[in-house]
Design a protein around this ligand. Structure first.
Ligand SMILES: *Cc1c(COP(=O)(O)O)cnc(C)c1O
Length: 367
């Protein structure tokens, strides 16, 4: 049997008619930038996140960038984040002129270690960007306590966590701002690039709104310089159609995760994803750990099962950050995860026989 690591066509076929209708409506109305489709999606996705404000932008990366600028960051500031994430999280920090400060992750949940983050605070620290990795919200309470005492901000990188919950609150509605990506492979994916900023703070949301459109408060009235970071109307309409399916799709991901848990518990040295107390995981990825990672991957590839590694090199050891002077061994949990993690196929539209085949193949490897 062949089980691809990801097969997006299964989900997109299900919404093809709705996407074509969205495209036809956009062509008929010839409104491609902004307009009602964008506003409706903004309202609906903000409500889905339980956030009071939402601004659609053109990527998760720009969502992070605009959220940071709106919260306030200046050259010379320090922003604390994790090295076990996609580089977009840290790129935007450097690109605003601030300094990236990497701290290690928690070995159980792979999200930011709040004690390490708080220990890294200096007089220059402006804020924190915890990452809700693989679909689980980071341990935010201690960070929020510390940051609010010191006038710092917390921006949730929720690019992998649409609909994830912690103690009844949804990703994106907990920190000063939340940032989402609708890259096609995410739990909610556009048919192109797209992103979103949520906030509970009207001032932050207004600032993001102006920043995404050249700093305009009204046409040709520029309060400050901004960006072209708008979301296309066609993508907004497609996302709005897909959003209606998202609760069921996340539920389906949780069912596949349960099946993997039943089939893989106690197999070899496999470490299955841990779910924090009070958390609802949305399994953007089903990522396991084993000391025999590379051999297991090779075996699965040979037997037709696609896998992936998120992420093979922690950011503090990437050439792009050589100038920061980090050394191997400095952030040992992130480094150990990079060496031992692998993600198994889990997506909307995968079938039970496929998941069972992956389970059998993994079990056969360890036996
Ligand atoms: C996908 C992702 C991003 C970037 O989103 P884009 O839409 O590709 O710009 C940022 N952070 C994390 C954790 C991501 O997974």
């Amino acid at each position: 049997m062949q089980v691809p690591f990801l097969d997006l066509s299964r989900q997109n076929q299900a919404v093809k008619a709705e996407a074509l209708a969205a495209l036809a409506a956009a062509i008929d109305g010839s409104a491609f930038i902004g307009g009602r489709a964008v506003q409706e999606f903004e309202q609906n996705f903000a409500r889905f996140c339980q956030a009071t404000h939402g601004v659609a932008v053109n990527s998760g990366t720009d969502a992070l960038r605009l959220a940071m600028l709106a919260c306030g960051v200046a050259p010379g500031d320090e922003v604390i984040t994790v090295p076990f994430t996609f580089i977009a999280t840290s790129e935007v920090i450097s690109q605003t002129g601030a300094k990236v400060v990497f701290v290690d992750i928690d070995p159980e949940t792979y999200t930011i270690d709040p004690a390490a983050a708080i220990a890294a605070v200096t007089s220059k620290t402006r804020g924190f960007i915890p990452v809700h990795l693989y679909g689980q919200i980071a341990d935010l309470e201690p960070l929020l306590d510390a940051s609010r005492r010191n006038g710092q901000w917390v921006i949730e990188d929720a690019c992998q966590a649409h609909g994830a919950e912690l103690n009844g609150r949804r990703a994106g509605a907990i920190g000063e701002a939340g940032t989402f990506s609708f890259y096609p492979t995410k739990n909610l994916g556009a048919m192109g690039d797209a992103g979103f900023v949520t906030s509970q703070d009207e001032t932050i949301a207004q600032k993001v709104l102006a920043l995404r459109n050249h700093g305009q408060s009204a046409r040709y009235a520029h309060e400050f310089e901004g960006y072209n970071a708008r979301l296309d109307a066609v993508q907004a309409a497609i996302l709005d159609a897909k959003l209606r399916h998202l609760p069921a799709w996340n539920e389906e991901r949780r069912r596949w995760a349960e099946l993997y848990r039943q089939g893989l518990a106690g197999v070899g040295d496999l470490v299955l994803p841990a779910v924090r107390a009070g958390a609802t995981h949305v399994y953007h990825l089903f990522t396991v750990r084993t000391e025999r990672r590379d051999a297991l991957r090779a075996c699965l590839t040979e037997r037709g099962v696609g896998t992936a590694v998120h992420y093979p090199t922690p950011l503090h050891l990437q050439p792009a950050y050589r100038h920061l002077g980090y050394r191997p061994g400095q952030l040992p949990v992130s480094e150990a995860c990079a060496r031992t993690v692998m993600s198994l196929p889990l997506y909307q539209g995968i079938t039970e026989p496929e998941v069972q085949y992956v389970i059998e193949t993994v079990r056969a490897f360890f036996n």
